[in-house]
Design a protein around this ligand. Sequence first.
Ligand SMILES: Nc1ncnc2c1ncn2[C@@H]1O[C@H](COP(=O)(O)OP(=O)(O)OP(=O)(O)O)[C@@H](O)[C@H]1O
Ligand SMILES: [Mg+2]
Length: 260
Amino acid sequence: MSQADLTKMSEKAAIRVDELPIFAPDLDAVHEYQFIGLNNRDSRSRPFHLLRTTLSKRLKEKNYRLVGITSATPAAGKSFLSMNLAASLAQVVDDPVFLVDLDLRRASLARDIGLDVNRGISDFLTGDVSDLPSIAIRIEGSNLTLFPTKRVSNNTAELVSGTNFDHLINSLREQTGQSIILFDLPPAFANDDTMLILEKLDSYIMVVDSGETNRRQVQDMLVMLDPVPCAGTILNRYRGGFGDSYGYGYGASSYTKYYD
Ligand SMILES: Nc1ncnc2c1ncn2[C@@H]1O[C@H](COP(=O)(O)OP(=O)(O)OP(=O)(O)O)[C@@H](O)[C@H]1O
Ligand SMILES: [Mg+2]
C-alpha cells in the first residue's frame, strides 16, 4: 500500500469523543491501582499537576503530539504514570487527551481500571478491526479516551512495523485535531517493539525507576533511541530532595543533568 493510499484511508472525520462508549472505572480497581490523576481532590494527584504543567508546556513548545512512555527496566511505573498523567492532563487541556496501550505483550491499562476488552489495538494491527473509533473508550467524567489492547504473545515486531501500524499512526494523527496522544510502551530493552514504534512518534518520555534503573542503562537507552527526541524524564518512586514527597519528578532537560 502506498503512502498516498494510507493518507487517503486516514482522511476521515475527527474521532468524535462525545459519541464513544463511556466506561466508569470500578472504584475498587481504581483504588488498588492508584488511578488518582482523575480526582483533583486526592492529595496524591498533586504531583501529577506539576508534571502535566511542565509536560504540556514542553510538548507545545516543541510541537510534539504523539508521545511514547518507556523505561529501561520493567515495572518502572510506565503504565501507572501514563494513565495518571493522561487523566491529569485531560483536566487542563482544551482538546481531548488520548491514551494508547501499545505494550502488546503485557497490555495492562484496561485490566488495571477493571475494563474487560473484547477487541483493541492489537485487533486493529492484525486487520480484524478496521474502524478505529470502534475500539476507543471514553473514561467517564473526563476528557480522556483510552485505546486499550488485548495481549498478544508473539510477532509483535511484525505488528508494529506493518502497514496497519502506519495506518494506525496516520489515522491517529489525522483524526485527533491538536490532541496530545500518550502511548504506554514496553521497556526499551525488552524487545525491538519500542524502537520500531518510536520511529513513528514525535517524542518519548523516559521513566526512571529510582534505585532500579542505573545511569548506564539510561545512557544506553538514549543512544539506542536516538534520534527520537526525549521530551523529558520522570524519576519515579524517588523519596528524597528532588521531585516531591510522593515520588515523582520531571526533568525537562537531559537526564544526566541530575546525576552529574
Ligand atoms: N509512584 C508510584 N506510587 C505507587 N505505586 C506505583 C508507583 N509507580 C508504580 N507503582 C505501582 O507499581 C506497579 C508497577 O507499575 P506499572 O505497571 O505502571 O509498571 P510498568 O513500567 O508499566 O511495568 P511493565 O514494564 O510490566 O509494563 C503497579 O502496581 C503500580 O501501581
Ligand atoms: Mg506497563
